[in-house]
Ligand binder design. Structure first.
Ligand SMILES: NC(=O)c1ccc[n+]([C@@H]2O[C@H](COP(=O)([O-])OP(=O)(O)OC[C@H]3O[C@@H](n4cnc5c(N)ncnc54)[C@H](O)[C@@H]3O)[C@@H](O)[C@H]2O)c1
Length: 278
């Protein structure tokens, strides 16, 4: 029997990129799938593709910034599959811009989707996770930007810090219930992220501005090139199932930023040394 037979996996942002790659991975492991995306037709098309391969899959439109839309999806998923065993809160949008140029609306959009969208997703699906038996997992998509914070990314990096901090606390709170929390830190991936982000931004918050100069400045500041940083999403999550089985807290997918992490840790430790010396 495959590892995920009779187990249900819910994935947000599953119409495209990383979420769609997760859907393929869990489908190959035998899971039932609920695929959610603000782009309803893409979520449904992915579910139909998997159904044609004999996988029990449903796809539906959900805006993670809208609690009502999540609640309606959870009711349908509960009815169809009963419990949920893996929840992948994967949606995140991008708005580049210099820190002093990002507007209140830019911040509102990024935080409402990347932070509150994750919180709403977890809160909405927790009852279905609690209804499941055995090991259950919450996978939160953070970003390598948590470690490798390039310029022009203030709103995005702040949002991924929030998701990461939230995940750290959630892991401790849910451990006694047998629900594991893993934080996923993907590096750059060849996905539709910039395009789908622009498409998903609510009209009421104005258009998402995209300036190539911001992308170039960001990549240069973090020593990022397409060659050293970008892989297809399915390559990024090649170790995901093993990471969940082992209940590891973190999954680093790829990228060249280990030395930056070590340098930052050394700087923090030097601050401790100064504290001890004074
Ligand atoms: N692409 C990268 O280089 C990269 C790097 C690190 C982390 N990430 C993170 O990976 C995750 C997935 O991004 P991706 O690269 O697969 O992008 P993607 O655009 O391919 O997929 C994201 C999906 O989220 C959907 N979405 C956007 N807003 C939504 C909302 N409010 N409610 C529901 N769905 C919504 C989009 O329609 C899209 O299908 C994000 O959290 C992103 O921040 C991406």
């Amino acid at each position: 029997m495959a590892e995920y037979t009779n187990r249900t996996v819910v994935i947000t942002g599953a119409g495209s990129g990383l979420g769609a790659a997760m859907a393929d991975l869990f489908a190959a492991a035998g899971a039932n799938l609920a695929l959610l995306d603000i782009d309803g037709p893409r979520a449904q098309a992915k579910a139909e593709e998997l159904s044609a391969r004999g996988i029990a899959a449903i796809g539906m439109r959900v805006d993670v910034a809208d609690k009502t839309s999540l609640e309606s999806a959870a009711a349908q998923i509960g009815e169809k599959f009963g419990a949920v065993h893996v929840l992948c809160a994967n949606v995140g949008v991008q708005q580049l811009g210099a820190a002093d140029k990002l507007t209140d609306q830019d911040w509102q959009w990024v935080l409402s989707v990347n932070v509150m969208g994750v919180v709403h997703t977890v809160n909405t699906f927790l009852p279905l996770l609690r209804a499941g038996q055995g090991d259950r997992h919450i996978l939160l998509t953070s970003s390598s930007s948590f470690f490798q914070f390039g310029i022009r990314l203030a709103a995005y990096v702040a949002s991924k810090f929030a998701v990461t901090g939230y995940g750290e606390v959630l892991r401790q709170e849910l451990a006694p219930e047998g629900i594991n929390v893993t934080l996923l830190f993907p590096g750059g991936m060849s996905t539709r992220h910039l395009q789908s982000s622009r498409e998903a931004r609510p009209e009421a918050l104005g258009e998402s501005k995209l300036d190539m100069a911001d992308i170039e400045a960001m990549m240069a500041s973090a020593d990022i090139t397409l060659e050293n940083h970008v892989v297809p999403p399915e390559v990024a999550i090649r170790n995901l199932l093993a990471t969940l089985s082992a209940k590891h807290p973190y999954l680093i997918t790829h990228g060249n930023y280990r030395q930056q992490v070590e340098a930052q840790q050394r700087e923090v430790l030097r601050a401790f040394d100064r504290m001890a010396a004074n």
